[in-house]
Design a protein around this ligand. Structure first.
Ligand code: 6PG
Length: 252
């Protein structure tokens, strides 16, 4: 336990109650979405799986304050996916579909599950992303808003400690598997794509994560170490990074 907000890269918001935390994150998301649509006519949103964001996704579709979200002008992307069929209970898209995507008026061709059954789902997803974002050359497209989570081992997206996708600098999407990856094999956005985003938000709740948050804080005093703690490699080039922690995750 500590009595102060953890110092992490970017802005850290600690909001004791998870529901209030979702409300603040949701309000920031609404503002970013509306600005994106005003400025560029479209909102590119990338969502994480795992268990943490599920209640937030459900709140986004039920809470009246979030009705202004411009779902019809939104493209929904997956930060990462497990290489299992899309109806497998481990599929991130299954959770996102059931909690959110099935309940919003986003056109079907703007919902982008990872094509896990393809021989090279990473290359295929990168192609779809570049096509939708109009960046078919080598330029890195800028996602408008990316929601990340954090694992107990300090992974984010499917960038696991010591895994090969950490070293992927040329591609926007990578396959990640092998000894250092929690099965099943994964498809993940790379640092190259994530750090180019306009807004990155990391949502972490629950006492189980508090020790990792403090470990990250200690590491960051000496600088990032993405190999041991991949989330320390999240550092936007020209965007914002905000952590959303409840009191338990902040160790307060
Ligand atoms: C995944 C995620 C991953 C997740 C963390 C935290 O597919 O597993 O996208 O990066 O955010 O593992 O998971 P929990 O929210 O379940 O703790």
């Amino acid at each position: 336990m500590s009595n102060r907000t953890p110092r992490l890269t970017g802005l850290v918001r600690v909001i004791p109650d998870a529901e209030d935390l979702y409300d603040e994150l949701g309000a920031v998301l609404v503002a970013a979405a509306q600005k994106a649509v005003r400025d560029r006519g479209v909102f590119h949103l990338a969502l994480s799986g795992g268990s943490t964001p599920e209640p937030f996704y459900m709140r986004l579709v039920t809470e009246p304050a979030f009705r202004p979200l411009p779902w019809a002008d939104t493209h929904l992307w997956l930060v990462d996916e497990r290489r299992v069929p899309l109806d497998d209970e481990r599929s991130n898209y299954l959770m996102i579909r059931q909690a959110l995507a099935d309940h919003v008026p986003t056109p079907e061709d703007q919902k982008h599950p990872v094509p896990v059954e393809e021989e090279d789902p990473a290359a295929a997803y990168e192609h779809t992303l570049r096509q939708a974002m109009g960046k078919m050359d080598d330029q890195v497209p800028r996602l408008d808003f990316v929601l990340l989570g954090m694992g107990d081992d300090g992974h984010t997206a499917s960038l696991f400690p010591h895994s090969k996708a950490l070293r992927e600098n040329d591609r926007l999407i990578a396959l990640n598997d092998g000894r250092c990856v929690t099965p099943p094999p994964r498809v993940t956005m790379t640092y190259t794509l994530l750090n180019a985003a306009r807004h990155l938000a990391v949502l972490v709740t629950g006492a189980k994560k508090a020790q990792t948050v403090r470990r990250i804080e200690a590491q960051l005093r000496n600088g990032p170490d993405p190999v041991e703690l991949p989330i320390t490699g999240i550092d936007p080039i020209d965007g914002t990074l905000t952590w959303y922690l409840d009191a338990a995750a902040a160790g307060l």
